[in-house]
Design a protein around this ligand. Structure first.
Ligand code: SF4
Length: 430
């Protein structure tokens, strides 16, 4: 077998057990289950109310391989943060909900792409059904996130402890509530910190449900032990054909979780290896350029050169350099110009028509000369010019081109109980 054949084999998962058939759901534009590529998830560690800090972490996670990012929605300020984060996130956002169903409703109002509910601490049938009903109206999927550490006390009693059967029954009970309101846009997780328990629970879940499964070993701890535990559980199941989306839970920078998830899938041949790592903003009301077209053009030009760097293509200079400051190199549009930045620092401003060419030239120099040298070679005045463009755009487009503030207003009225009609699906199409 020659080298090319070995490589091809590495990209193939044919030697693993065939993947179990599950139904397909969509979290934003990411398909889960039904034969879709296994996706990688991670979770931010910032306060969700800190919009800029959270967005910078989301971009870093996306660059490291996360397809979907979860943010906690534990208070009204977090829901308001989500209203501002969602339109600017490069990947779909899932709101993590514990205890308070009203936070789930507020997160839906904020426009999230998915919810995670914990059946162990959100137990009132009427509240669960209300959330499922509104998620259904808005076309937003829910993960039933069962966790061994917060199993419903009745199930703990019934099964005399935390068992695979107890974890699966918890998910089944939640599904029954969802069924009552005709909601089935669901994925399921049955996580435990014990690898053996988690493996057994997911095997049983896979026999019991045809919903996509989200795999994870919860509270795995810091690396390297946390990585070993996560890999032991997740890889075992993936090799058996079980699992549609994965998350490592590490006591570490979440970028390590995303990177580990991606590497695991690549090593099993379940995802293609990446050379160039190109990330692009999703575009929003602030965009100054056709981000998709520029990203495609940049990708083609950079892939030809096979440069091992992270490059960001961002729709505006107002937020682009900050959101993508974890990328080695990026370009942000504004006022018919391209603003080139290295690790978030503006180094050059070029006419819009030359954006991609300038990006490619800078990428080659960056790889050849290193970050310090290229930062030292920044054009004098580039930073000031970019700042002037940023301010001009803010004046021109106003501070709320994504209509986030309107969502924030609805969240406030909803949480305060002043707006009983806030569940209207009309909000979703805005
Ligand atoms: S257009 Fe600007 S604010 Fe909007 S997502 Fe892109 S970089 Fe972020």
């Amino acid at each position: 077998m020659d080298a090319a054949e070995w490589w091809a084999m590495d990209l193939s998962s044919d030697l693993l057990a065939p993947r179990r058939k599950t139904r397909q759901i969509h979290v934003g534009d990411v398909a889960i289950g039904g034969g879709a590529p296994v996706s990688v998830q991670s979770m931010t560690t910032t306060k969700t109310a800190d919009v800029d800090g959270t967005l910078a972490q989301i971009y870093a996670l996306a660059a490291a391989g996360a397809d979907i990012v979860r943010c906690t929605c534990n208070e009204e300020a977090a829901a308001e943060g989500l209203a501002r984060i969602v339109p600017r996130s490069p990947v779909p956002i899932v709101a993590d909900i514990h205890f308070h169903h009203e936070m789930a409703l507020a997160a839906l109002e904020a426009g999230v792409h998915g919810l995670r509910l914990n059946p162990g601490n959100l137990r009132k049938a009427s509240e669960i059904k209300l959330v499922a009903s509104e998620a259904k109206d808005r076309g937003v999927p829910i993960r039933i996130g069962v966790n061994a550490g917060s199993l419903h006390p009745d199930l703990y009693k019934k099964y005399d402890g935390v068992t695979p059967e107890a974890l699966v029954e918890s998910a089944r009970m939640e599904l029954a509530y969802f069924d009552e309101v005709g909601f089935s846009d669901v994925k399921i997780s049955v996580k435990a910190s014990s690898v053996a328990l988690m493996i057994a629970a997911y095997r049983l879940a896979s026999e019991t449900f045809d919903h996509p499964l989200h795999l994870g070993v919860t509270e795995a701890g810091p690396p390297p032990a946390g990585l070993v535990k996560g890999t032991a559980g997740i890889a075992t199941l993936l090799a058996e054909g079980i699992g549609d989306t994965i998350r490592y839970s590490l006591t570490a920078d979440p970028v390590e979780e995303a990177r580990a998830g991606r590497q695991l899938l690549e090593s099993l041949g379940l995802r293609e290896r990446k050379g160039l790592d190109l990330i692009a903003c999703p575009s929003c009301g602030r965009a100054q350029v056709d981000v998709i077209a520029v990203a495609k053009e940049a990708q083609a030009a950079l892939e030809e050169r096979n440069l091992p760097i992270q490059v960001a293509v961002m729709g505006c200079v107002v937020n682009g350099p900050g959101e993508a400051r974890s990328a080695d190199l990026g370009i942000a549009a504004g006022k018919q110009k391209g603003h080139l930045f290295i690790r978030g620092e503006i180094v050059r401003v070029v006419p819009e028509a030359e954006m991609v060419a300038a990006l490619v030239t800078e990428a080659e120099r960056l790889v050849a000369e290193g970050v310090e040298a290229r930062l030292a070679a920044a054009d004098a005045g580039a930073k000031d010019e970019a700042e002037a463009d940023r301010r001009a755009l803010l004046d021109e487009k106003g501070r709320d081109p994504n209509a986030s503030e309107a969502r924030v207003d609805r969240i406030r009225r909803r949480v305060s109980g002043a707006d009983t009609d806030a569940g209207s699906t009309g909000t979703q199409s805005e």
